[in-house]
Design a protein. Sequence first.
Length: 302
Amino acid sequence: MNISLGIFAGIIAGAFWGLVFLAPELARGFTPLQLSAGRYIAYGLISVVLVSRSWRRLFAGLGRREWQALSWLSFSGNIIYYFFLAQAVRTGGIAMASIVIGLLPVVITVVGSRDAGAVPLTQLIPSILLSGAGLLCIGWQQLQSHGHGSLEGLWYAGGALASWTAYAVGNSRWLTRLKSITPHEWSMLTGLVTGAEALLLAVPAFFAETPQHSTPEWMNFTAVVGSVALLCSIIGNGFWNYASRTLPLTLTGQMIVFETLFAALYGFLWEARWPTLVEASAMGLLVAGVATCTLAHGPKAQ
């Protein structure tokens, strides 16, 4: 029963997280640094309100190591990841960025294959090959049709992939250790630290020389980053933390494919088009890689 609930939570988290890919398109006049700072300052402010009732109990149960972990997880999984993601969407497009991020399930599974109870790495080779073929499809398309700009987006998407892999693995392992803190509370604590880190981005993001914006543009920006903070960071992260605590790491990794699928769906709807043959092939290969990886460790997850 817990496994089923964990899988359901992972699917819901993916549905909310997929909305992140639309934010740079909804506020195109603002830089990735401004989007990152605005989103996570909003995340921190909302977290302060939600965690206020449990403030004393939570702080009493956290030591220096826990705060260091929260600082590192907040930076790798939120600040730097979202900056890379926003740059990838701007320079390479929603669909390309979402498909590259689709490698997360297999990458995390491979990293987590050394955990206790994980399947041998040799059994994951088919999924690695399928996912690698999917990434090659994306790279070939960028070389053939879009040139330097989209290749730049591909590099940024790779940076987002690496930073979020580090976050997902570390976050899952810390949630396993901390039994006295709920997944939602851990998300709120992450929000507190993320908000504090985002304040350091505010000066270069909003006070450096940037294009002037009208009042309606600032209102739209505030609405976008506030909505992303609430839907993706508060709600989405809460569901993800539940899945991370409930499922083994190798199975948790598979849940990220739903972020890719929802993000691609939102992207194609936004661009009012069907996926190209190469995009469809890449998505099919990535999904096949995840399915193969799931089958490889399925009996251990039961």
